[in-house]
Each structure stands twice: as C-alpha cells, then as structure tokens.
Design a protein. Structure first.
Length: 174
C-alpha cells in the first residue's frame, strides 16, 4: 500500500514500499489535486515537483456545477477534515463570466451547507462533454452549489452512475 499525506495547500508526503512506483501514484493523485505541486518522501527529500498553480478565491454563486447529486456519505466523510473555506480547493473551467466545477461537488455542497461564501480553486481544461453535463444540471435547476441534491449513497450510485453510463453510451453510439 501507498499513502499520500497532504501537509500544506501545495505539498504532500508520499510513502510506500517501492519508490519506483511514486511517479505513477503522484500522477494519479494529481488528477484530483493539481494544486499539490511538491512531493516529498518520508525523509523530506523532494520526489517530484511541478510548476506552482495560481489559486483563485471564488464566490459560491460564481460556480456552476456540472453534476446534480451529492452523496450524503461523502458529506459525512469530508466533515472530519474540512474545517474552513480555505480547506477547499476545487478544479474549475472558466465559462461565460462564471466557472464550471469539474470536481469537488461534495466539497462545494458542504461549503454551502456551512454558509460559507467562497472557496478556492485552480483552473483546468475539460473535454466538451462537460458542457452537456452543465446543460443537464441547469435543466434540473442546479445553478449553484446550494442547488445540488443531497441523496443517500445508494441513490447516488444508482442515479449518478446511471446518468453517466447512459450519457457516454449515447455519445459512443453517435
């Protein structure tokens, strides 16, 4: 097993049996956390370093979700380590004077639940399918993180995965 421990808003320590596997693990990890740009081993030697990313502070009402459901089990899990708005850093895509959330919908909903007005973000690019997801979110009256629908874990798996599977099956058929 391997572990990546985030130690600051841009740094992490990676641990595990075989350091030769660290680069692949770091790449996978950064898919969800591109703001982590410096990785150390247990001895605090730099394993890998990336160009620092600009971190924006965004108002929640500036963020258009690309999803519509939030898993209540995930909310319970993140509540143990998110203590303030600065603990949240999501990935966004600039779009029409707003930002589309590409990941971090649970964290966004949690921020809205807590009454926080802003979160932090890094900009990313995305494939064109994200615009179809946004269109569907808007049809379901999901325009800001507070509009996301909190559902049970079972409902989340059924509804969200079914939507994604159906969407990509239709796209494949085209």
């Amino acid at each position: 097993p391997y572990e990546v421990e985030i130690i600051s808003h841009s740094e992490a320590v990676i641990r595990g049996a075989d350091p030769e596997n660290y680069p692949a693990i770091i790449e996978d990890f950064r898919f969800y956390t591109p703001h982590i740009t410096r990785f150390y081993d247990e001895n605090r030697c730099i394993v890998k370093e990336f160009t620092a990313r600009q971190i924006l502070t965004l108002q929640l009402n500036q963020i258009q979700p690309s999803q519509f459901y939030v898993d209540e089990d995930k909310i319970a899990a993140i509540s143990s380590f998110i203590q303030e708005p600065d603990d949240i850093i999501i990935q966004v895509l600039p779009h029409q004077d707003r930002y589309i959330s590409l990941d971090g919908h649970t964290r966004l909903y949690y921020a809205a639940m807590k009454g926080w007005q802003s979160v932090r973000a890094v900009t990313e690019t995305a494939d064109n399918w994200v615009y179809s997801f946004v269109e569907e979110a808007r049809k379901r009256n999901v325009h800001t993180p507070k509009d996301l629908m909190l559902v049970s874990h079972k409902e989340y798996l059924e509804k969200w995965y079914r939507f994604c599977d159906d969407f990509f099956a239709r796209a494949k058929d085209k």
